[in-house]
Design a protein around this ligand. Structure first.
Ligand code: SAM
Length: 231
């Protein structure tokens, strides 16, 4: 059920459960999303900065344990994602290999750090049998733009993902603070975002409005990041 809806420029932001909302949406060109991994992120980070209260020596802020990360979405949600668009990019795909078929193309975010308490890289599953690709961008650099969601992705990472999708509307059914939407606005692409949490929905609306308000939004597109073939 759609509980609330905001249209901001070329973006349609929806508050609701993505499984039911996706069934009411038209097909889109592509999905880029970052679902809950079911790894109890807040609990994992206890004592390591995030989720532990305050911030640690690396500057990671505490956001408390997010209740939505205790469980993974079920298979029906992935089936819906795979039906709604010809091309899908799913971050944390390594947590959903029982729902997703084997694929050749994985996207890897190399965080430019080694043997730190958090992972050196993250993986996205893509439904395409082409070469895997790596995006190198230091996580620490990403902090400079500020962070409003406990598992917020980088705008630069989402901009990079967009080039693997055909032209047209992009859907993020687990939009959180709306990072995929911000990337779409910067690239002039229509966007639909869904989140079940009213607080995150509001954050996404605010970030997307702010992005549209930037006077130099379409000036100086980010440089094409370096890519490497995995196999
Ligand atoms: C990993 S976070 C996404 C973070 C996002 N990539 C960002 O940069 O802010 C997953 C999001 O999924 C949302 N969520 C969890 N279950 C959902 C559901 N059934 N429908 C829609 N959103 C859901 C949570 O509220 C959370 O904001």
């Amino acid at each position: 059920m759609i509980e609330r809806e905001e249209i901001i420029g070329n973006c349609r932001l929806i508050l609701g459960d993505c499984l039911t909302v996706m069934r009411q949406l038209p097909n889109v060109a592509g999905v880029v999303t970052d679902p809950p991994y079911g790894i109890n992120y807040g609990g994992l980070l206890k004592g390591k900065g995030d989720g532990a209260g305050g911030s640690d020596k690396n500057g990671w802020k505490s956001y408390g344990a997010p209740a939505w990360d205790q469980e993974r979405p079920d298979r029906r949600t992935f089936d819906e994602i795979r039906k709604i668009a010809p091309r899908q990019i799913i971050w944390g795909g390594n947590y959903f290999t029982d729902y997703l078929p084997p694929t050749m193309r994985w996207l890897v975010w190399d965080k430019g750090q080694r043997d730190f308490s958090l992972a050196d890289c993250e993986f996205a599953w893509v439904n395409e049998n082409r070469a895997a690709r790596i995006f190198t961008y230091p996580r620490a650099k990403a902090l400079q733009d500020g962070k409003v969601h406990p598992t917020q992705k980088l705008v630069e990472l989402m901009v990079w993902c967009l080039k693997f999708l055909p032209a047209g509307t992009v859907l993020d059914p687990f939009m959180g603070s709306g990072t995929t939407g911000v990337a779409c606005v910067k690239q002039g692409r229509p966007f639909i975002g869904i989140d079940i949490d009213a607080g995150y929905f509001q954050l996404a609306c605010d970030r997307i409005r702010k992005t549209y308000a930037q006077p130099d939004m379409f000036v100086g597109r980010p440089p094409v990041p370096r890519q490497e073939t995995l196999f």
